[in-house]
Design a protein around this ligand. Structure first.
Ligand SMILES: [Zn+2]
Length: 223
């Protein structure tokens, strides 16, 4: 790997380290001897959708339902002082570009929902994908079409595979070529070749359904 590439690995689980300003303190002096204060917990949440979500967003009434649900979740997270890294694959971004112009914006400060979550709620937006129909620079291009600059987080890259190199049943992939990262630290679009995007954090490494299915299939075949 090229050591000049400014990509940091962050092995994501459910939560991504971040800022949770609400805390859990009962206002006693933090760390004071004999204090009954609870430690603060600093958390931000990340979520993502998939390119298979056509049935969720590709009809006007379905998009309205999805949008209402998303908005409710955004405001719930914000009401607790937490932050969200919202990651999206192709299908939802394309639906937003199609439907947001005509969506009512009384609850989003007259902005599309992506601009609202970034500019008004302080959340971040980034690509999530599995490089089936679009690469990460393509998804960044679509996010920019909605008026927002991605923050630099990649979601969903496959960094594990079935194998035996790690823990006896996994292999760790060389994820630089997996995410199509050039030696200059930039990913270039395929659907939108003019699009360039420089990621900085790898989150939510994909190993869930695909790996489990393949692993189980291998186990079933072999045993
Ligand atoms: Zn995914």
């Amino acid at each position: 790997m090229d050591s000049k590439v400014p990509v940091l690995t962050l092995w994501g689980f459910v939560f991504l380290a971040g800022l949770f300003t609400q805390g859990c303190s009962n206002n006693s002096s933090d760390g004071a001897a004999g204090s009954s204060s609870s430690p603060k917990i600093y958390v931000t949440i990340y979520s993502h959708n998939e390119d298979s979500w056509g049935s969720v967003v590709n009809a006007p009434a379905d998009y309205v339902s999805y949008r209402n649900n998303l908005l409710e979740r955004l405001k719930l997270i914000a009401s607790h002082g937490a932050t969200l890294n919202w990651q999206s694959d192709l299908t939802v971004l394309e639906a937003m570009i199609k439907y947001e112009p005509d969506s009512p914006k009384t609850d989003t400060n007259a902005k599309n929902i992506v601009r609202y979550m970034v500019e008004d709620l302080g959340f971040s937006v980034d690509p999530h994908g599995h490089l089936v129909y679009a690469n990460y620079a393509d998804l960044a291009y679509l996010i920019r079409q909605l008026g927002v600059e991605p923050s630099g987080v990649i979601g969903g890259a496959g960094v594990f595979d079935c194998g035996s190199d790690y823990l006896g049943f996994l292999s760790i992939l060389d994820w630089h070529p997996v995410i199509e990262l050039s030696s200059d630290g930039v990913i270039r679009g395929e659907r939108y070749p003019a699009s360039e995007w420089r990621p900085t954090i790898l989150s939510g490494p994909a190993m869930g359904g695909a790996l489990v299915r393949r692993f189980l299939k291998r186990r079933m075949v072999s045993g």
